[in-house]
Ligand binder design. Structure first.
Ligand code: ZN
Ligand code: ZN
Length: 410
């Protein structure tokens, strides 16, 4: 048995020592297109960037490995060698002097895809692009239950096709008119013998200081493209309205700067009158104020006055909250009943230490509706009952009943 285990270990060892399969590492198929390889690199290199995973050496290793895998697979010749001979083949190819001028610094590669120096630049005092702010509205139901969803924004991204060079063949020349400055100085005659030097943008290169013979077919040489990007949105139970969620370095990209942050303002969607059962719990009748919820319940005159009724309120997650009165229990109009623990869940960031879960209150306001008209016979009967009462008691003394001042008397 022991021997078997040892054998197994010996068999496994070479696999463990070997680098991970490049395709697996990038999460792509063997037949993946160049575009898919670039997309995978964009996603994973951001995810494992050491600046986003401080102190995590395994993320750092992944970041380097992803760059290695990208550089091999994106190069036609190296990819062919890798497909045929694997890691061993690539090693030999490199030792044999394969191709000079390969970028070995994974941060350098990263900077070409995302701008800046390859770091997120909080400590390097790098130029940062502007932040981007978006507003997203979700129904109250999602603030109550919590929800994981996605949203897509369109933003400026560095062109993956040319890796931000703007050139189809990777060749970029310095402009010979302005010498790469992007600016030219002209002498302008203001009056005979009086000249002024005027600095203006170089027309030959459009102020870029570079000339590209074969512009990239995707971005047309502008180095950037507008493209949609999808992000995860995690609404946590009880998040306050208007909460700001920050996605680090996910704003517009440019080769000239480190991308700013994408900031999502999460708002509550105005309620809509839904017809489907699920829509009825979307907050059409619930209103939120902080941790509390408000609900308006309508009672008939008979119910308010005589009692003996039950209401089942369907809450935002579908559970039932029951409110009721026994026979003889009167509800005054506009009375507010406070039901504890049936309000909003309290967001975990606002919970005191050691408390796992807590809820605000539900405020049920009772509105009493009087009938518009009564059936003739019913009206007669009621009238008779009142008359009987009046005769028995004499004149009803409202002053005594309500404690109001005397001039209020009817
Ligand atoms: Zn120029
Ligand atoms: Zn391009």
């Amino acid at each position: 048995m022991l021997l078997r285990l040892a054998l197994l270990l010996v068999c496994l060892l070479p696999v463990v020592l070997c680098a991970e399969d490049f395709y697996k590492l990038l999460g792509i198929e063997k037949i993946a297109s160049e575009r898919e390889i670039k997309k995978a690199y964009r996603r994973l290199s951001k995810q494992y960037h050491p600046d986003k995973n401080p102190g995590d050496s395994s993320a750092h290793d992944k970041f380097v490995a992803v760059a290695d895998a990208y550089e091999v697979l994106v190069d036609e010749e190296q990819r062919r060698i890798y497909d045929q001979y694997g890691h061993e083949g690539i090693e030999q190819h490199k030792r044999g002097g394969g191709r000079p001028g390969q970028h070995h610094d994974p941060f350098d590669l990263f900077s070409r895809f995302f701008g800046g120096s390859g770091h997120f630049g909080h400590q390097h005092a790098e130029r940062r692009g502007p932040n981007m702010e978006v507003r997203i509205s979700m129904p109250l139901r999602d603030f109550y239950n919590g929800k994981s969803t996605q949203f897509t924004i369109e933003k400026q991204a560095i062109c993956s096709e040319c890796e931000g060079t703007g050139s189809a063949d990777g060749e970029v020349e310095t402009c010979n008119v302005c010498g790469g400055r992007g600016l030219v100085i002209r002498r302008q005659q203001l009056a005979p013998g009086l000249f002024q030097q005027v600095q203006s943008m170089c027309d030959a290169c459009g102020g870029r200081g570079q000339k590209i013979k074969h512009p990239c077919p995707v971005c047309g040489g502008s180095k950037v493209v507008r493209e949609p990007e999808t992000h995860e949105l995690n609404i946590e139970k009880g998040m306050p309205k208007g909460v700001r969620l920050t996605y680090d370095n996910e704003a517009d990209e440019s080769p000239d700067w480190v991308a700013g942050d994408l900031i999502v303002h999460l708002h509550e969607q105005p309620a809509e009158l839904g017809t489907e059962e699920a829509d009825k719990t979307d907050g059409t009748w619930f209103r939120r104020r902080g941790h509390d919820l408000f609900w308006r319940e309508v009672l008939s005159l008979r119910e308010a006055w005589m009692g003996d009724w039950t209401r089942n309120l369907t809450h935002l997650d579908g559970h039932i909250v029951q409110v009721s009165r026994k026979r003889g229990e009167v509800v005054q109009p506009n009375t507010v009943e406070v039901v504890k623990n049936e309000g909003m869940p309290i967001w975990h960031q606002e919970l005191p230490d050691g408390v796992e879960e807590a809820f605000g209150s539900l405020h049920v306001e009772y509105v009493v509706v009087l009938p518009d008209q009564m059936e003739k016979s019913m009206e007669k009967e009621f009238w008779a009952v009142w008359e009987k009462g009046r005769k028995k008691k004499g004149k009803i003394d409202l002053h005594k009943d309500s404690g109001r001042p005397a001039h209020d008397e009817l």
